[in-house]
Design a binder for this molecule. Structure first.
Ligand code: NI
Length: 267
């Protein structure tokens, strides 16, 4: 029998930290200041195919008590997304997006099909499916041609199923006066931040401010050789209270749209 901790920490967090050295460094820097890190949310990406789509990926979380709490659409990036919350509010929210394949070119759909066809049967029905990694072989040439049409598709093709990012809840940090100061601290330690749409996305008016690092380049083995490509990033979120006093728990489409670009080649 597995627990939520097995899925979130032993599986998803460990895999994310192992692939992305910047996360370890930022964690260490914050802890050295005496900070306790609370995860606001983690984000997963998938293809909108019945074999591996949003609903399939959500299943292990739903079985562990999560409930859908918001729907989102990103028209230009051809994505739809949902966020899930756990009754125990200390648990991170789960943000899952999927690429709407029906809106993509036949060439992209054929390529994605050829990847999903390689998955071992039953691979999407295991409790650790959200962190099961890449379940197919992929050439660098395929990666590059996917990227021309959709950076998102290329990322999922290269890394498979794993957390795209975790997110530090800035409200829980004690030694930073807001997200601006945290950004200055991170830049001071040499981290590059995603500046698409401004360094801080959102505002108190929409009850959410977010920033993120740019993804580290990581080494990936393709069927025709080894290449370095953008991996995962780390996100920071500050939430503001709604008129009823509770912290806003949702996401802001306009901000998330820009955050997606943290894995883009061109910063
Ligand atoms: Ni996020």
């Amino acid at each position: 029998m597995h627990t939520l901790q097995d899925l979130l920490e032993e599986n998803l967090w460990r895999q994310y930290v192992t692939l992305n050295p910047q996360v370890k460094v930022i964690h260490r820097l914050l802890r050295a200041r005496g900070e306790q890190i609370v995860n606001d949310h983690l984000a997963l990406r998938t293809f909108g195919d019945p074999r591996v789509g949003l609903d399939v990926m959500a299943q292990p979380f739903v079985q562990l008590g999560y409930r859908c709490a918001g729907d989102y659409t990103f028209i230009e990036k051809k994505l739809r997304a949902r966020h899930y919350e756990h009754p125990d509010t200390i648990q991170p929210k789960i943000f899952i997006s999927e690429l709407k394949l029906e809106q993509c070119s036949p060439a992209l759909r054929n390529c994605v099909d050829s990847l999903l066809d390689q998955m071992p049967s039953g691979a999407a029905n295991v409790w650790y499916f959200p962190g099961s990694g890449r379940l197919w072989k992929l050439s660098y040439q395929q990666y590059e041609s996917l990227q021309v049409e959709s950076e998102y598709a290329a990322w999922v093709a290269a890394f498979g199923f794993m957390a795209n990012h975790f997110t530090v809840l800035v409200n829980a940090l004690k030694t930073f006066d807001g997200i601006q100061n945290l950004n200055i601290f991170l830049r001071g330690h040499g981290f590059k931040l995603n500046t698409a749409g401004g360094e801080i996305k959102g505002s108190p008016a929409v009850f959410l401010e977010q920033s993120s690092t740019l993804a580290d380049k990581v080494t990936v083995e393709f069927s025709d050789g080894i290449n370095t490509i953008p991996g995962c990033y780390y996100e920071f979120a500050r939430r503001y209270p709604l008129p009823d006093g509770r912290l806003y728990q949702g996401f802001v489409e306009k901000s998330a749209d820009k955050i997606f670009q943290s894995t883009d080649h061109s910063p």
